[in-house]
Ligand binder design. Structure first.
Ligand code: SF4
Length: 359
């Protein structure tokens, strides 16, 4: 199969243009067309000689995601449904940052479907379809930028942050994700400090990420303070229990002033007691951490949750604040995350990439 330009390393791109009798700067031009000027075909690259474009078309290709649908939430969150070459579908979510609508965080997917089956997640009920290729991960960023290009040109928008919190477990697709991370940081120029990879806790891969990846931020979807409750919510915990997961966090090399984020969905009566909060402070001791408390989204009624208890609901506001205060008192930075995009099924755990989402 002809190589995809979007997955080629700079050295390979240079070798390709040199094999066509061109100077190395042509590779830099190609890079700029793909990642800065958002070109979708060789024909778009108007400052490359026509004979070079013809040769490139013979030896390489540029794949593009197909945008099937986009929806806008009343809070400004936008959800994008993309189709891949083989017909699988994925979703990406563009979230306005609190500090102003001109800055956005893009939540991207790393797999079509997911094998981990976390009980609070609609993607988990789809099962695993396949890993995304590097270009399919990066292309979510490029395609969304293309969608907001008009506003971007007027200086109204910029995607400043990327979170790997969409469909799939990124560490179960580590090689492609790491390649995508290098493209996002080195070739596109996004700040490593503004990229976060969130995992359900694939312990050996956390160590592998520390060795192979650029030093982006790590987030752990924690959600419980005992193995019994965590295994109930996240079956992966049976394989990698809390003690192993938190040891991997302690061993994770953190750049100065960085912290690991722990995400914690609060479900009333299940994981939101004073004892849970106190246990959490102990579990996180020795880890530079911050905690994001996420009010449970009662609109997510996965088959599993209904079986476990049809009555799960979001913790009452006073319990949520008590939980937060206990953590704050022990010196752990803790915030309560505002749920965004729930009205278009773009909130945490709601992504399902179904055509039925179309309006
Ligand atoms: S929460 Fe993440 S890891 Fe868990 S099932 Fe959903 S997509 Fe997979």
């Amino acid at each position: 199969m002809t190589p995809d330009i979007k997955t080629m390393a700079m050295d390979d791109l240079t070798a390709l243009v040199e094999s066509m009798g061109q100077k190395p700067y042509r590779a830099r031009q190609l890079n700029r067309w793909i990642y800065k000027k958002l070109a979708q075909s060789f024909d778009d690259m108007t400052d490359l000689p026509k004979n070079l474009r013809d040769k490139l078309r013979e030896k390489a290709r540029i794949s593009n995601l197909i945008l099937c649908n986009q929806q806008m939430s009343k809070d400004g969150t936008r959800k994008f449904l993309f189709q891949l070459d083989d017909g699988e579908t994925i979703e990406s979510v563009l979230i306005p940052n609190n500090k102003g609508a001109e800055r956005y965080t893009l939540c991207i997917s790393s797999q079509a479907g997911c094998a981990l089956d976390c009980r609070f997640c609609v993607t988990g009920t789809l099962g695993f379809k396949r890993n995304l290729h590097t270009h399919e991960i990066v292309d979510q960023y490029l395609s969304v930028r293309r969608c907001i290009e008009h506003d971007e040109k007027n200086g109204m928008t910029a995607i400043t942050n990327i979170v790997f919190m969409g469909m799939g477990e990124p560490l179960n697709n580590l090689n492609e994700v790491v390649q995508a991370l290098y493209i996002l940081t080195s070739r596109i120029g996004l700040s490593k400090r503004k990229i976060t990879l969130s995992t359900a806790g694939i312990v050996p891969k956390i160590y592998e990420l520390a060795k192979k990846g650029p030093d982006i931020n790590l987030a752990i979807s924690l959600n419980a303070t005992t193995d019994a409750v965590r295994s109930l919510l996240m079956p992966i915990n049976r394989k990698y229990p809390l003690s192993k997961l938190l040891q991997a966090c302690r061993d994770f090399p953190l750049a100065p002033r960085r912290r690991i984020t722990f995400e914690y969905i609060l479900i009333e009566g299940l994981n939101d007691s004073k004892e849970d909060a106190l246990r959490l402070t102990k579990l996180l001791s020795g880890i530079r951490s911050k905690v994001n408390l996420i009010p449970f989204n009662a609109a997510i009624q996965t088959v599993h949750l209904v079986k476990m208890s049809p009555d799960y609901k979001k913790s009452a506001d006073d319990r949520t604040h008590d939980f937060q205060n206990t953590l704050l008192k022990s010196g752990i930075a803790t915030s309560i995350r505002k749920s965004m995009g729930a009205d278009i099924s773009a909130a945490c755990g709601q992504l399902k990439a179904a055509y039925t989402d179309r309006q």
